[in-house]
Design a protein around this ligand. Structure first.
Ligand code: RB5
Length: 140
């Protein structure tokens, strides 16, 4: 799958680990940065990632900041973007099954790399259930 990933300075380390994980799983990754520890503004990266999901360049997006909150707030302002902030496995799975989330947000200061990797694995492999859930996501 083609996945675009972005982060701010708070999410840099976690992003690098997730890029390696996804590449190892055979996904095609577009990494839009940031690439250094210099302080940057998370909305810029959220906008870039969401634009690539919106226009179909990438099927899914992943956004990482310190808490994941800022990224999810920005991402959900974009039409067609269903961003889910997930810090455990249940909501990661349900965000795909019930909400067809196309952007995953993570907080690098909230969870460690082991749990983040598991969340990404679950999120990447869970299918949307459709049915009554399709009608609901079409309502917003
Ligand atoms: C940056 O210090 C921090 O505010 C950002 O990474 C994020 O947590 C915002 O929601």
């Amino acid at each position: 799958m083609k996945v675009v990933i972005g982060c701010d300075h708070g999410g840099l380390l976690l992003k690098n680990g997730i890029v390696a994980l996804l590449q190892g799983l055979g996904h095609q990754i577009e990494d839009v940065g940031t690439f250094t520890n210099d302080s940057v503004d998370y909305p810029e990266f959220a906008k870039t990632v969401c634009a690539k999901v919106q226009d179909g360049t990438c099927e899914r997006g992943i956004l990482i900041c310190g808490t994941g909150i800022g990224m999810s707030m920005v991402a959900n302002r974009f039409e067609g973007i269903r961003a889910a902030l997930c810090h455990e496995l249940f909501t990661a799975r349900m965000s795909r099954e019930h909400n067809d989330a196309n952007v995953l947000c993570l907080g690098a200061r909230v969870i460690g790399p082991g749990l983040a990797d598991e969340i990404v694995r679950v999120w990447m492999t869970t299918e949307f259930a459709g049915g009554r859930h399709l009608k609901r996501i079409e309502m917003f």
